[in-house]
Unconditional design. Structure first.
Length: 198
């Protein structure tokens, strides 16, 4: 049972890719809020009945952000129970074609990038993998239909999100279709909110 009173907003985006089997259907995505800074996170923690002040918490968090990359860059996975483990992985640049080619090969050519991956903890009561996390922590509510619109800013074209509250969209559809009577709305074509199928 979810313990969080603050709802996790779920938006819906229409699939506009006519080659996809989900064409015309609406798919969920999280309604992301403003990103919290390290200082903001420390202040949040301090307000949760913590005996430490926000400056002490911020200092510890800053030390984590320094030490964790250092250890991971040395091939040391770091597990922060009960959240999960930070692990180094690498992406390929040019693969080594055979054993003789290994002699004198430069790992900087073979490895395109090194990434820090986070794997949530998934055991017993500390399991925060997807379904358990939803069940234990998240209270969901529908919020908006998301569409994208291309706008030009300083000579550059950008895609900007457009949000329409789902309740408004449903009310508009009912008004246009005589109240709806509990029936499922028909597919209303590619001009409505949804994905670009990317």
């Amino acid at each position: 049972m979810a313990t969080n009173d603050i709802k996790l907003g779920i938006n819906l985006r229409k699939n506009k890719n006519s080659k996809n089997t989900g064409f015309g259907k609406y798919y969920p995505e999280v309604d992301l809020q403003e990103t919290l800074t390290l200082r903001g996170f420390a202040n949040h923690m301090a307000k949760h009945g913590c005996i430490y002040t926000n400056d002490v918490i911020e200092g510890v968090l800053k030390k984590i952000t320094q030490c964790l990359p250092e250890l991971v860059s040395q091939g040391v996975p770091v597990r922060l129970d009960p959240l999960g483990t930070f692990v180094p992985t690498c992406s390929v640049g040019e693969p080594v074609i055979n054993i003789p080619a290994m002699e004198g090969a430069d790992p900087n050519d073979v490895v395109k990038g090194v990434h820090i991956r986070f794997y949530p903890f998934g055991q017993e009561n500390d399991n925060i993998t997807s379904r358990r996390f939803k069940q234990e922590f998240c209270s969901l509510e529908f919020r908006n239909i998301v569409d994208t619109q291309e706008v030009t800013v300083n000579g550059k074209t950008k895609k900007m999100p457009i949000l329409k509250p789902i309740a408004t969209a449903v009310a508009e559809w009912k008004a246009e279709n005589g109240g709806g009577g509990g029936t499922t709305p028909p597919d209303d074509g590619p001009d409505n909110p949804g994905t670009d199928g990317d």
